[in-house]
Write a protein that binds this ligand. Structure first.
Ligand code: SF4
Length: 511
């Protein structure tokens, strides 16, 4: 048998590590790219967050390098970063063996980076453009829901708050009218007058003041046992309830739900398991605009629908990019009349799909005879004629308002008679005559978009969309396992996603 040879245990030798740990890190290692890129960025916005005086601080460039490399290495929490600074050779090298503790890391992230993250991100985007990594010409826009750092059972629903509040107000009204009645019966003065005026304006503050007045009067005059117990109930039970509902309505702002543990998080229906079962979870809607898989802009929103966050997000894109791109490419979730008008007004190439774009191409769709766009339009009479030759007359105009306040109009046409039609089962859904709704403005925008998307350039951009913006979310959520925020509150979450985006861009530069 050949001699077995084991490597020597070197733990007891005097010098275990070389004098320069950099010699252990390959020349093309990611940590060297982080070091190089962060050395180039503008630090002035970060420096402005330091007041000066007191004990010395770790340099913001050093802290930024630590934070960005930790995020690239999937180390997201302050305590784990602190630990890795003593154990991870790459972090030891980039930090120059400095070991800021978790409080220092937390303060840098949640105080200084909170103020400067967008400037630091903007500086990285400038490096990308100047270095020729991107042209910022074609922007691929998409959104995803990232779970908030909040208890998923700690919800507040607007409907419930409003229902319970109105029930409590009814009870308050009843009690007050009863006290008013007692006032008359006992020929006393409890200070209840003009209850009608209070109707519809019951607030915790008003009821509390009224209760204090009644209590004052009850203590001055003859004590009424019945009135005292009613007032006690008002004070101890209903005033706190009214206060709670008012607070919850403040927390909700314009939203229909929010979480008690992260008040800025909203409950969204999120795709969850492999069976496609969705769950309601507190989350944020994260929007990004990419080119060649680099994140060029990002935004965090509290509304679930991508359609309604597109315009505010694009305003952010303009400030973060400091210029307008040539083309916008997005999926059907963004294709609304409001967004199309906005893109046209901004004079951008419109490659944003509408909801029926893919369906229109299917064989089944082409065979359908009774779709509204197959009806013939008579512009002179403003009428439609269906395939059975029946006339559809204009019966009204429907106006809808988007979440952002954009008004859109649809003309409604109704068939004169569908009763005896042999195609009724294929054409009408209900028992009534067929009605169709036509939005000419939206149709014109769709025609233009269809033309763009079916052009040679459009086909190329559509193909690229799948591997551009969607794969960025794949890399962050799947490869980097970032599926839940670690901080709470809109501003902190914005900082966290900013760091994620910077880390992603540097990693992409290295690759
Ligand atoms: S059901 Fe009415 S609208 Fe449809 S084809 Fe028949 S007549 Fe025309």
């Amino acid at each position: 048998m050949a001699k077995i040879v084991f490597k020597k245990d070197k733990r007891n030798q005097l010098l275990l590590l070389p004098s320069d740990i950099g010699s252990l890190i390959p020349d093309n290692h990611l940590v060297r790219v982080v070091d190089e890129v962060i050395n180039q960025i503008r630090l002035s916005p970060l420096l402005e967050t330091y007041k000066g005086g007191g004990a010395s601080s770790y340099s913001p460039r050093l802290m930024l390098k630590i934070l960005i490399y930790s995020y690239i290495d999937k180390i997201y929490t302050n305590r784990r970063i602190e630990k890795a600074l003593r154990e991870n050779i790459n972090l030891m090298w980039i930090s120059g063996m400095s070991t800021p503790d978790y409080t220092t890391i937390h303060n840098f992230r949640s105080k200084r980076m909170k103020e400067a993250v967008e400037d630091v991100f903007g500086s990285i985007v400038e490096i990308l453009i100047d270095g020729g990594y991107v042209k910022a010409e074609n922007l691929f826009v998409d959104g995803t829901k990232i779970e908030a750092n909040a208890n998923r059972y700690s919800h507040i629903w607007r409907k419930n708050v409003e229902r319970y509040e109105s029930m409590t107000k009814e009870r308050v009204k009843k009690l007050l009218s009863h006290i008013e009645q007692l006032q008359k019966e006992e020929d006393a003065e409890y200070g209840i007058h003009n209850l009608e005026e209070l109707e519809g304006h019951i607030t915790a503050e008003k009821v509390e003041k009224l209760v204090d007045d009644i209590n004052q009067k009850l203590s001055n005059g003859t004590k009424s046992k019945r009135a005292t117990s009613e007032v006690k109930k008002l004070k101890n039970e209903y005033v706190p309830k009214l206060k709670k509902y008012e607070q919850q309505k403040d927390m909700l702002q314009q939203r229909n739900s929010c979480s008690k543990t992260d008040r800025d998080a909203t409950f969204f229906r999120m795709k969850e398991d492999h069976l496609g079962m969705s769950q309601l979870k507190p989350a944020y809607n994260v929007q990004i605009a990419t080119e060649d898989q680099f994140i060029l802009s990002y935004g965090i929103y509290q509304k679930a629908a991508d359609t309604s966050v597109f315009i505010p997000f694009f305003d952010k894109v303009k400030t973060q990019l400091k210029a307008l791109p040539a083309n916008i490419i997005a999926d059907a979730g963004y294709g609304s009349e409001e967004n199309y008008k906005f893109i046209t007004d901004q004079k951008l190439g419109n490659y944003v799909k509408y909801n029926t774009f893919d369906i229109e191409k299917t064989h089944d769709h082409k065979k359908k005879t009774f779709l509204s766009d197959r009806f013939k339009y008579d512009s002179k009479e403003d009428q439609f004629k269906c395939p059975a030759g029946q006339i559809l007359d204009l019966i009204g105009i429907k106006e809808t308002k988007s979440e952002n306040g954009y008004k859109s109009k649809r003309k409604v046409y109704k068939s004169r008679c569908c009763n005896k039609c042999q195609f009724r089962d294929f054409c009408c859904r209900g028992k009534n005559d067929r009605t169709i709704e036509i939005n000419r403005k939206l149709d014109r925008y769709r025609d233009k978009v269809r033309q763009n998307l079916e052009s040679e350039k459009g086909i190329k951009l559509r193909l690229q969309r799948g591997v551009d913006v969607e794969s960025v979310f794949g890399q962050i959520k799947h490869n980097n396992q970032f599926r839940r925020f670690y901080s709470r509150g809109l501003k902190n979450v914005n900082t966290e996603w900013g760091i994620i985006s910077i880390a992603h861009n540097i990693k992409k530069m290295a690759s």
